[in-house]
Design a protein around this ligand. Structure first.
Ligand code: PMP
Length: 417
């Protein structure tokens, strides 16, 4: 074994490929792609080490930068009341519940969290799990099987696709937010399957647009389908009081069979939830594999999410500040002639740049000038639609938003068409 071509470090026999997985062709292809990014002189934009909490700013390598790269939409990660609740929870309950809640039993924090979430969502009951991604996988895997069909928005998150794969159900994507195509698929396929599950997201995280929920609900009813809405990015951020797309569109909460969301974004914690009727949630609580056979939420995570839910309930003005900032960012970016795609009504604003080299160059330029935003490439988005993605928070100051958009416009112009 000689030196590694990318890192220059000496490889041990183990590193050099004696492990069977090392010889997989996909591992080789991946190493090549990673090399293309770093050989081009750009710093690897992933796995950066942040030296503290990320709100409107972050510290990297001792520098304070303006951050548009975290889902801390309401600044509640790092809020003193949330931190304090976590300290108290750890003092009382320790750091783990050490087993599935079915066997190890409940802690009052988790019971209170699920009640608070159910009230916040306006549903009968709610179940909290340790991961948002795992929540989608296990829920879809449990709801449908090989005699069933899942129709989902073409931009659906990976966790929805993994859930479909696990379930063995047939899967058909419809073009993003294309209600005509969804209708066509339901009309064509409904009679051929036992159950049809429609899976959509409240807000789409690559484009920053909303689902047309009233239209989806109408179709779900017309064709007798099930409906699951992933509110990872819309809960806490959309609707007058942050209660998501149900509130925004005034949809009857019981028209959606399962409201899914994560605790890792607006709720300043880590985990996922499923909200629905008391009967549905009772069944899930006793049978859902990713819940029954997995450890319960840690006391710290339950406490953080509970404190965040309480803050969000008591302080809806946080949501208004977030909306004001999001609208300002979008207006300035569009005014500067940047390609913001279909972004509207969410705190996610993409700047679509096309090819990945240009995107990396702009990301690098922003970073040098003190602004952090995620570069996104294929396969996360379609080939040729590489972009920088900005997550706005309630904590950003107007002047910082103005400064970030000016720098962005300059860097985009400098990177050429
Ligand atoms: N659903 C969507 C739409 C997401 O964007 C994400 C993560 N970004 C998840 C589910 C998974 O959530 P988590 O990161 O909390 O596991």
């Amino acid at each position: 074994p000689g030196p590694d071509p990318h890192t220059g470090r000496d490889r041990t026999a183990w590193d050099a490929g004696t492990a069977v997985i090392d010889a997989f062709p996909e591992v080789g292809e991946f190493e090549e792609r990673l090399g293309e990014i770093t050989d081009g002189g750009a710093a690897n934009p992933y796995f950066r080490v942040h030296e503290g909490n990320i709100r409107d700013t972050t510290v990297i390598g001792g520098r304070t930068l303006l951050s548009f790269g975290s889902y801390n939409y309401l600044g509640l990660s790092g809020h003193p009341a949330v931190d304090e609740a976590v300290h108290r929870a750890v003092d009382r309950y320790g750091t783990s519940v050490s087993a599935s809640r079915v066997l190890s039993g409940e802690r009052d924090l988790t019971v209170r969290l699920e009640r608070a979430l159910a009230d916040f969502l306006g549903v009968g009951d709610c179940l909290a799990l340790v991961s948002g991604h795992a929540t989608n996988v296990t829920a879809i895997g449990h709801l449908v099987g090989p005699e069933d069909l899942v129709v989902h928005d073409a931009l659906a998150h990976d966790s929805i696709l993994q859930g479909c794969a696990l379930s063995g159900a047939a899967r058909r994507p419809f073009a993003h937010n294309d209600m005509g195509q969804l209708e066509h698929m339901l009309r064509l396929n409904r009679p051929r399957f036992r159950r049809v599950l429609i899976a959509v997201e409240g807000a789409y995280s690559m484009d920053g647009d909303l689902v047309d929920l009233p239209a989806v609900v109408e179709l779900k009813k017309r064709y007798g389908a099930l409906l699951m809405v992933d509110e990872a990015h819309s809960i806490g951020t959309v609707g007058e009081r942050g209660r998501g797309v149900g509130e925004f569109f005034g949809v009857d909460r019981s028209d959606v069979d399962l409201w899914m969301g994560t605790l890792s974004k607006a709720f300043a914690s880590c985990g996922g939830y499923l909200g629905g009727s008391a009967r549905t949630v009772r069944w899930l609580r006793h049978t859902l594999p990713g819940f029954v056979y997995s450890v319960g939420l840690t006391p710290a995570n339950a406490a953080a999410a509970l404190a965040a839910t309480e803050l969000l309930t008591a302080q809806p003005q946080r949501v208004r500040a977030l909306r004001r900032n999001s609208e300002l960012f979008l207006r300035l970016a569009a005014g500067a002639g940047l390609a913001t795609g279909t972004s509207a009504g969410t705190p996610i604003v993409p700047c679509i740049l096309g090819d990945s080299v240009r995107t990396l160059r702009v990301a690098d330029g922003l970073f040098t000038r003190g602004v952090v935003a995620d570069p996104i490439f294929h396969p996360a988005v379609e080939e040729g639609l590489s972009r920088l993605r900005f997550f706005i928070t309630s904590e950003h100051r107007e002047e910082d938003i103005g400064r970030a958009v000016s720098i962005l416009a300059e860097e985009v112009a400098a990177a050429g068409g």
